[in-house]
Design a protein around this ligand. Structure first.
Ligand SMILES: NC(=O)c1ccc[n+]([C@@H]2O[C@H](COP(=O)([O-])OP(=O)(O)OC[C@H]3O[C@@H](n4cnc5c(N)ncnc54)[C@H](O)[C@@H]3O)[C@@H](O)[C@H]2O)c1
Length: 249
């Protein structure tokens, strides 16, 4: 018996560190899970390994994400859970505003913020029709404080995600759909692998984490399962940190 028995879920960025760990946990807890990521062999292999359904899509492309969610709904009559993890952080290109290229800003916003909006748009519709559902986005400490200095596009995209959580949580609460975000700390995944290749960055990120270590993708899983399950039924509009205390400073 899993706490998500009988539920269906879509996870975006499912080939990534956090998305992959959350998709695996949802499947272990009994959910039928559709895995969205860019169309690569890695997605096919991840879905096969976990026992989920591959849904290749670009979250920043409306027709692509709408088709992927539509094909999941064709096979499953309902959608109970959305976990959005797809994101980019353009190391070596993202910068402070005065030296940030518009193209880098737009590429970041397109995936991280527009992608979160578009995924929400098509995933929430069946939830509203069935009058129940749980939407969980990935936020970031960079959307709360200045910890993302030098990454203005990424930071702004995550601040936008946090605002989207609040406004959609209020709009959808009377209709039975909850919306929250999990805010991971510095977590050892491909997203920040470039940074962690530099020992100075690893030390800096570890030192900025009061619990004194980097996060692992599994550190996010407990909150994700809680928010997805009926145990989280009174939680909406929340930005919940699994960040080792980074944002408590
Ligand atoms: N790793 C960290 O330190 C950290 C910290 C705070 C917040 N986060 C957030 O957590 C979430 C998961 O990050 P992660 O560390 O697992 O990253 P990751 O790079 O391991 O995974 C991101 C996934 O998103 C996919 N993706 C990128 N662009 C896409 C697109 N256009 N369409 C579909 N899929 C796309 C990638 O292929 C990848 O599999 C992200 O929202 C990230 O911003 C991560």
């Amino acid at each position: 018996m899993g706490v998500l028995d009988g539920k269906t879920a879509i996870v975006t960025g499912a080939v990534g560190g956090i998305g992959g760990a959350v998709a695996a946990a949802f499947i272990l807890e009994g959910a039928v899970v559709g895995l969205i990521d860019l169309p690569t062999d890695a997605l096919t292999e991840e879905a096969r390994r976990l026992g989920g359904h591959p849904l290749p899509a670009d979250v920043g492309d409306e027709s692509s994400i709408s088709a992927a969610i539509g094909s999941f709904l064709d096979r499953n009559s309902r959608l109970d859970i959305l976990f959005t993890s797809a994101a980019v952080q353009l190391h070596g290109q993202d910068a402070s505003a005065h030296e940030l290229d518009l193209d880098v800003w737009e590429r970041t916003i397109r995936v991280n913020l527009t992608g979160t909006f578009l995924t929400t748009k098509y995933a929430v519709r069946p939830m509203l029709a069935q009058q129940s559902g749980s939407v969980i986005h990935c936020g970031s400490p960079t959307g709360i404080s200045g910890v993302g200095a030098g990454y203005d596009a990424y930071s702004a995209s995550k601040g936008g995600v946090h605002a989207l959580v609040k406004s959609t949580a209020i709009a959808y609460a009377p209709l039975g759909v909850r919306v929250n975000a999990i805010i991971p700390g510095a977590t050892r995944t491909p997203l920040i692998a470039d940074l962690l290749d530099d020992a100075d960055w690893e030390i800096q990120l570890t030192n900025s984490t009061p619990l004194g270590r980097l996060g692992e993708p599994e550190d996010v899983v407990g909150l994700a399962v809680l928010l997805a399950s009926d145990a989280g039924s009174f939680i909406t509009g929340a930005l919940l940190c699994a960040d080792g205390g980074m944002t408590a400073r």
